[in-house]
Design a protein around this ligand. Structure first.
Ligand code: PLP
Length: 426
């Protein structure tokens, strides 16, 4: 049933490293090979063999209205007809900027880039530029894109200057990245004890790149306190959780207020977009107003702006959408938990808005080490059996799942029923 995809994968591998343009797509952590996609249809993906899957990945988050939403599709087509890119300002950028900052009391200006990676990289440059400091604090298991200073791994697992986690990243760059365990206040305090040169803490307040692992309120509060006491900036990386966890992202859920917020995914509705935003007094230090340099040929691309603008307008016009999405996320995760219990399988779940996570773990994981202690083989088998039955979950235990607005309770119940069958065999 995967014949054409297997052939396409072989052909792709001969001209593209690993056959994919982003490593997670290669199915390395699970069984089988990746289905090659022909098209999307609302909640579904259709592959080139004609298999149809209920899609809980939704392009890793951006498609909150599902595939081929008519309103977004139409505005994209209209915009495309006027030209793909101008390298000159358009009103669309101001409109999308307004839609974003309207949602936040603490954000006054935003700049658009073309990916989440670029958004975070630029936010960190801004934090370093305004503080005049070099070090940054990041947490194990949080992903902030693939820029050099953010590709670090833990040394001994203690708060430490990070070692590069990829060849090609000079240690000279990662030596400015201090790494601490997520949700571990003692290690966070140690970073500030070891360095008086910390420009910022960067955190996913609702971590979604080690599975779904929200930061505790206490931990976020400590991040804020330490930043305030040491003249550092607190950056919330909301590339995933922005307009996903709630209309205000994590900021609509947690009590702590960051200095800088990064966006991506949903604000582009499936087009390549990122953004970072802060108070005017910080943002005005970016060039051309200020001296901190940041630029992009395709930044604020009109087609991407139009798609994002329509998406945010639709989200704001629909007062109950996040409640609906969360009800479905809870329906799915509590159903999965129930069938896991029935089949004597250790299983943990959580949701935030339209984001959901599940782990084959004995306890609810609160950091990367605990996530990694789960039963990854069981996850791989679960993933494969669900895929064969037409349910497309993220191909790694370290990813978050997404509900889109076109998903129905019937589809979710069918997922739970299939999971029951699969878990009986695990
Ligand atoms: C996806 C993601 C990024 C990177 O965004 P890209 O568009 O893939 O570069 C950064 N931070 C978080 C939290 C993400 O989920």
């Amino acid at each position: 049933m995967f014949d054409k995809s297997i052939k396409a994968y072989e052909e792709a591998k001969s001209v593209i490293p690993g056959g994919v343009d982003s490593p997670v797509r290669a199915f390395s952590g699970v069984l089988g090979t990746p289905p090659f996609i022909e098209r999307g249809e609302g909640s579904y993906l259709v592959d080139i063999d004609g298999n149809k899957y209920l899609d809980f990945v939704q392009s890793w988050g951006p498609l909150i209205f599902g595939h081929c939403d008519k309103d977004i599709e139409n505005v994209v087509l209209d915009t495309v007809k006027k030209g793909l890119s101008f390298g000159a300002p358009t009103e669309l950028e101001t409109q999308l900027a307004n839609e974003i900052i309207d949602m936040y009391d603490n954000l006054e200006k935003v700049r658009f880039v073309s990916s989440g990676t670029e958004a975070v990289m630029s936010a960190i440059r801004l934090a370093r530029g305004v503080t005049g400091k070099d070090d940054i604090v990041k947490f194990e298991g949080c992903y902030h894109g693939h820029s050099d200073s953010l590709l670090v791994s833990a040394g001994s697992g203690m708060a430490t200057f990070g070692a590069p986690s990829s060849p090609g990243v000079p240690a000279d760059l990662t030596k400015h990245t201090l790494l601490a365990e997520f949700n571990n206040i003692a290690q966070l305090e140690k970073c500030f004890a070891e360095s008086s040169d910390i420009a910022c803490i960067i955190i996913e307040p609702i971590a979604g790149n080690m599975g779904l692992v929200p930061a505790s309120e206490e931990f976020l509060k400590k991040c804020r306190e330490l930043c305030d006491a040491n003249g550092a900036m607190l950056i919330f990386d909301e590339v995933m959780s922005g307009f996903r966890a709630s209309l205000k992202g994590a900021s609509g859920i947690v009590a702590t207020t960051p200095d800088i917020v990064t966006f991506g995914k949903v604000i582009g509705a499936g087009m390549p977009v990122g953004a970072f935003a802060s108070r005017a007094e910080l943002m005005c230090q970016l060039s051309p107003e200020g001296k901190i340099y940041q630029a992009g040929t395709l930044s604020g691309n009109p087609v991407a702006m139009a798609a994002g603008l329509k998406s945010l307008q639709k989200l704001k016009a629909d007062a109950t959408i996040y409640d609906r999405l969360n009800e479905k996320a809870v329906r799915l995760t509590s159903g999965l938990k129930e069938v896991a219990q029935k089949n004597n399988i250790a299983f943990q779940v959580d949701t935030r808005g339209s984001m959901f996570g599940f782990f084959f773990n004995d306890i609810v994981p609160t950091n990367m080490k605990e996530v990694a202690s789960g039963d990854l083989d069981r996850f791989a088998k679960f993933h494969n059996e669900m895929l064969k039955r037409g349910f497309y979950f993220a191909c790694s235990q370290y990813e978050t799942g997404f509900i889109c607005d076109t998903m129905t309770n019937e589809e979710i119940d069918a997922t739970i029923k299939a999971a029951d069958e699969v878990m009986a065999e695990l």
